[in-house]
Design a protein. Structure first.
Length: 249
C-alpha cells in the first residue's frame, strides 16, 4: 500500500525527498558517465501526479523546479494552491510541464499555466492550442509526442513517425506556439534502448528542418539510462523521486 505522504511530518518528508533526489542524481551521473555526456545537459522533470502540492513546495526548496502533471484539473488545483501559499503566481517559481494525453476542450485551461506541453500528437490539437494562446505573454512551447510501438495500435497516444513532420511544421507555423522537440514513452514489451534509438533517429530527421527542436523528452524511473544513452534532454521521473503513488486526489 502506498504511504500517505500528507500524514508525514514536513521535515521527515523533505529528508525522504532529499535522499531520493541524491540517489537519483547518482544514477543520472553514472548513466551520463557511460554515455560520455554532461549531467548539466539534462533537465529533471518531477512527475507529481496524485502527490500533494506540499511535495512540490519541498522539491522547489531542494532545487527541483520543473514539475510534470498528467491531468489538467489536478494541475490547476496545484497551481492555485501554490499561488496562494507563495503569495505570487506559481509559474514564477515552477516551470510546469503538461505531459499527459490532452483533449482539445482542455487546451485553453492548460495554456493558462503550462510552460511546455509534451503531448501534441495530432493536427487538431495544434489548432486548439494555438487558439488557446491568445493573451499569453510568451509562446506556449510544444513537443510532438511520437508513438514508438513497432506496430502502433489505433487509439494509442502519440503520432506515427510518418506524421511527425506535418505536426511539427504546423506547430512551427502557428502563432503563439513554439516547437521545441519530441517526446516519447518506450513500449512496455520492448527493450527501451532500441526504442529510444529509433527516437534519436526521428529527432535527427526533425532537426534538419527545425534545428530549434532541441528537446528530447524520454525516459522515466525505470528506463532513463537507456534514454540518456540515446540523447534525451528531459527525464520524466515520478516514483524514482517521490516514492510510491498515494491514492488519486
Amino acid at each position: 500500500m502506498a504511504v500517505d505522504v500528507t500524514a508525514l511530518d514536513p521535515a521527515a518528508r523533505q529528508r525522504e525527498l532529499a535522499g531520493n533526489l541524491a540517489a537519483l542524481r547518482d544514477r543520472i551521473a553514472a548513466a551520463c558517465d557511460i554515455a560520455h555526456r554532461d549531467p548539466a545537459e539534462l533537465t529533471l522533470v518531477a512527475v507529481t501526479k496524485t502527490f500533494p502540492s506540499s511535495d512540490i513546495e519541498l522539491l522547489v526548496e531542494l532545487g527541483v523546479t520543473d514539475i510534470g502533471e498528467n491531468r489538467d484539473q489536478e494541475a490547476r488545483e496545484k497551481v492555485a494552491e501554490l499561488t496562494e501559499a507563495w503569495g505570487e503566481p506559481a509559474q514564477r517559481r515552477v516551470r510546469w510541464h503538461f505531459i499527459g494525453g490532452l483533449q482539445t476542450n482542455k487546451c485553453r485551461s492548460v495554456a493558462s499555466y503550462a510552460h511546455l506541453v509534451h503531448s501534441v500528437d495530432r493536427p487538431r490539437l495544434v489548432g486548439a492550442l494555438a487558439a488557446a494562446t491568445e493573451g499569453r505573454a510568451t509562446p506556449l512551447q510544444c513537443l510532438v509526442q511520437v508513438n514508438l510501438d513497432l506496430e502502433p495500435e489505433p487509439g494509442r497516444s502519440g503520432a506515427s513517425v510518418a506524421d511527425v513532420p506535418a505536426i511539427a511544421g504546423a506547430i512551427a507555423a502557428s502563432s503563439g506556439l513554439e516547437l521545441r522537440g519530441l517526446m516519447a514513452v518506450a513500449p512496455r514489451d520492448e527493450d527501451p534502448w532500441q526504442a529510444f534509438k529509433r527516437l534519436a533517429e526521428v529527432t535527427a530527421i526533425l532537426r534538419r528542418d527545425h534545428p530549434e527542436a532541441t528537446v528530447v523528452s524520454a525516459g522515466m524511473s525505470g528506463d532513463f539510462e537507456a534514454a540518456i544513452a540515446n540523447g534525451a534532454t528531459h527525464l520524466r521521473v515520478g516514483a524514482g523521486l517521490l516514492g510510491s503513488r498515494p491514492h488519486a486526489r
